[in-house]
Design a protein around this ligand. Structure first.
Ligand code: KG4
Ligand code: ZN
Length: 346
């Protein structure tokens, strides 16, 4: 019998301290996450110093938690995978230091993983035999891009945001509506009671062929709607019904724009066979429902990773790390360093 391959994945690039144990690249044995959202909520965004300090406090507990949940000891592991880029340097360094210490002490191989490439890999973990190529939308608070995934660990970027990310647009829109941070979930919640056709907001498409995104105009349109084109009006007091209508209209504008770009990408790449999504915005219920129902997109095989694999997590790091180590022979040594940006396109 072939012994299963066990990888530990460590993720601290942003505001989640996360670790997970994954068997044979896809089977998630444990997925421990400590979210720092409560620490950053009052600043309406992630504060780097607060983030790295909290990672430092939590990392040991999260590692113990992930190993205990999976019922394994560090000696059982075959690989330690860790997010090395892109992200906030001070946060990345906490995960890297922990991963290196484990690798050194227990004499285990170490591999550094690109965070965005790992989000893309979540589709394979959800469905290892998905038909390729796969059109993948990666939408989070920091990134929004479209990829053509041609093989495991091999993706070509078709377009990206030129300004705000989709999640950032939701976070900023929520701030204008007085809804709590993070904006994606709070707009989704408020939108349940609202009328999505109440307010007309733009769907920025950037010319007839572009697969890039631009979301910054959307929050400006919402701001103008609230304060008038000359911004001469004070911010109005909004009733609960008005907030609900605005949240529903804003959420629809963001989701509609993402769907239209996916349709456009499909028309330009008719050989695409599957469709997948990743990143925090991929948790959005309206987006998930619309992808399944859309007249054009429904021709594709739809892979919706479970919610726990959409937001930042260690399982996707362990999954991609396993692929890189086993299939490509990639391995890092203790000189592995943190980088704020991707080395090249994932
Ligand atoms: O991938 P992620 O957890 O962290 C990074 O930015 O890397 O994504 C966080 C983003 C935030 O902007 C948040 O508002 C958004 O994902 N988000 C959502 C939902 N849950 C989180 N956006 C829409 N609907 C949701 N249910
Ligand atoms: Zn992420």
């Amino acid at each position: 019998m072939i012994r299963p391959f066990l990888a530990l994945g460590v993720e601290t690039s942003c505001d989640e301290t996360a670790a997970a144990v994954v068997r044979d690249e896809c089977e998630v044995l444990s997925n421990a996450v400590h979210s720092q959202i409560h620490l950053h909520a009052r600043y309406r965004g992630v504060v780097p110093e607060v983030a790295s300090r909290s990672h430092t406090e939590r990392i040991t507990g999260i590692l113990e938690h992930a190993l205990a949940d999976a019922g394994v000891t560090p000696e059982d592991l075959d690989l330690i995978a860790v997010t090395a880029r892109p992200g906030m340097i001070g946060s990345l360094l906490v995960g890297l230091a922990a991963a290196k210490a484990l690798a050194l002490h227990f004499d285990k191989p170490l591999v550094g993983v690109d965070h965005v490439a790992a989000h893309l890999h979540a589709g394979f973990m959800a469905e290892p035999d998905m038909p390729l190529p796969c059109l993948t939308l990666m939408a989070s608070g920091g990134h929004t891009a479209l990829y053509l995934v041609e093989a495991r660990g091999q993706a070509r970027r078709l377009g990206r945001t030129l300004d705000d990310a989709a999640g950032e647009a939701l976070d900023k829109g929520a701030a204008l509506l007085g809804l709590p941070y993070p904006g994606g979930p709070s707009i989704q919640e408020a939108a349940r009671r609202g009328d999505p056709s109440a307010v007309k907001l733009p769907r920025p498409m950037l010319g007839p062929d572009s697969l890039d995104f631009s979301f910054s105009g959307m929050k400006t349109a919402l701001l103008y709607h609230l304060r008038g084109n000359a911004l001469t009006r004070p911010m109005p007091e909004l009733s609960e019904d008005e907030v609900a209508d605005l949240a529903a209209s804003y959420q629809l504008a963001v989701v509609d724009t993402l769907i239209r770009k996916l349709r456009r990408a499909l028309r330009q790449h008719p050989d695409v066979r599957s469709l997948s999504i990743g990143g925090g915005v991929a948790r959005n219920e309206l987006l998930r429902a619309r992808l399944a129902e859309d007249r054009e997109l429904r021709a594709l095989h739809l892979v919706l990773p479970p919610l726990a694999l959409c937001t930042d997590n260690g399982a996707m790091i362990a999954g991609l790390g396993t692929h890189l180590f086993r299939e490509r022979g990639i391995r890092d040594d203790l000189s592995l360093d943190a980088r704020a940006t991707s080395r090249r396109e994932p």
